[in-house]
Design a protein around this ligand. Structure first.
Ligand code: S3P
Length: 430
């Protein structure tokens, strides 16, 4: 998603205030897809306002699912596992890898053919990772060059499998589990390292039988899914930008209410706290099986450190903004085993490095990560999201701490996950 929108960010003296974030992107996708397969009307409160989650709703509408929206509340009229209709045209996943990868699990099991496509960025992202397990389940799918979108999905009967994920990916795990809904018997997914478990939790909420023991997830096929009323917690990955901003800017104090604190997502909070960040969690409770609470952060130093192995999977979406924090940390930040960054909305190793270098920050690039020395200064520069929402927001945060105004080009990419980002930043900056 490349446009000509430029956001000018001026350095701020401090950030202060209390905010509530739009619903978690990962959870919103899952609730919408599962609600479409449940029997009855599900109401989803605080559904993500991001364009990605609207792409999921658009695709579901294309499959004949009645959906109503009232602000951030979405009502989805599900008709059971057999209710989807053949789409009239190509389903549009936009910029959303989650939409394409997870929905493909459902589409592969339908008694009709479908075609799903995405924007320029999504069209370059790897799909072989879902084609392998779906083909093993009996699906017939054609992809451009055998591995890229668009996907032409023939649709048909699938059979349950026992699948070991070659890469840690919650999207692939979820794709297989969603396909497993339509299979007789038990579908098993084995994870090399834990990834976000929102699909497992959501499927249980809607009444499916899902067991998860030591990285082995087993779903019983052909469940009767029942419509639910659900509330999506605030998006922890969106909170990362404000948490890092508070750590970068002296005198800052931010309270973020009602954020998702699922342990498979909250490695960021542990990492910040372990490195010396003044961070507190309050009012922790459970909503629809997901841990939710308030996060309070005050400006403080962060030591930095080394991120590798399973840690990188747990922090994958937060690594761009952590690179920014790393440059201001005491000891710097080394990230390795994060090859997955290369196949996100942009090659995030390249786009992080490019923007840091434009700000005069030194970064050493590795094939599987990067190394930034600590105690560096951010110089005013013209920055670019390169069409990637997390790069737009990470470098808007860096710009707040720069020595002069910065332009963030293609800043509207932020709306892919967080359309309210700039307005909330302004409200915190007073
Ligand atoms: C997501 C999983 C991650 C993450 C993405 C959302 C999900 O992708 O980067 O933003 O909702 O399951 P991978 O599964 O490719 O690691």
């Amino acid at each position: 998603m490349v446009s000509r929108m430029v956001e000018t960010i001026h350095p701020v003296s401090r950030l202060d205030g209390t905010i509530r974030l739009p619903g978690d992107k990962s959870i919103s996708h899952r609730y919408a897809m599962i609600a479409a397969l449940a029997e009855g009307a599900s109401t989803i409160h605080n559904y993500s306002s991001g364009a990605d989650c609207q792409s999921t709703l658009g695709c579901l509408r294309g499959l004949g699912v009645p959906i109503e929206k009232n602000g951030s509340t979405v009502t989805i009229q599900g008709g059971g596992l057999k209710s989807l209709k053949a789409p009239a045209g190509t389903l549009d996943a936009g910029n959303s890898g989650s939409t394409m990868r997870m929905l493909s699990g459902i589409l592969a099991a339908q008694p009709f053919p479908s075609r799903i496509a995405g924007d320029e960025s999504l069209s370059r992202r790897p799909m072989a990772r879902i084609l392998a397990p779906l083909t093993a389940m009996g699906a017939r799918i054609e992809a451009r060059d055998g591995r890229f979108p668009p996907l032409a999905i023939h649709g048909g009967r699938l059979h349950a499998i026992d699948y070991t994920l070659p890469v840690a990916s919650a999207q692939v795990k979820s794709c297989v589990l969603l396909a497993g809904l339509f299979c007789e018997g038990a579908t098993t997914v084995r994870e090399p390292t834990p990834t976000r478990d929102h699909s497992e939790i959501a499927l249980r909420e809607f009444g499916a039988e899902v067991e998860s023991i030591g990285g082995v997830i087993t779903l019983q096929g052909l469940p009767k899914l029942k419509a639910r009323e659900l509330a999506v917690p605030g998006d922890l990955s969106s909170s990362a930008f404000f948490l890092v901003a508070a750590l970068l800017i002296a005198g800052s104090r931010i309270a973020i209410e009602g954020v998702g604190l699922n342990p498979t997502r909250s490695a960021l909070l542990d990492l910040l706290a372990a490195g010396g960040a003044k961070l507190r969690l309050l009012n922790i409770g459970q909503v629809n099986g997901e841990l939710v609470g308030d996060v309070l952060i005050e400006h403080s130093g962060w030591r930095g450190g080394v991120l590798e192995k399973g840690m990188t999977a747990a922090l994958i979406d937060e690594l761009p903004v952590l690179a920014v924090l790393g440059a201001a940390s005491r000891d710097g930040l080394l990230v390795r085993d994060a090859q997955e960054l290369r196949v996100k909305e942009t090659d995030r190793i390249a786009t992080v490095a490019e923007n840091l270098q434009r700000m005069g920050v030194e970064i050493a690039i590795r094939e599987d990560g990067f190394e930034v020395a600590g105690q560096q200064r951010f110089h005013a520069a013209e920055l670019d999201s390169f069409g990637d929402h997390r790069i737009a927001m990470a470098f808007s945060v860096a710009a707040l701490a720069a020595d002069g105004p910065c332009g963030v080009h293609n800043s509207d990419a932020a709306s892919v996950s967080f359309p309210e980002f700039y307005a909330m930043l302004r409200s915190l900056a007073g």
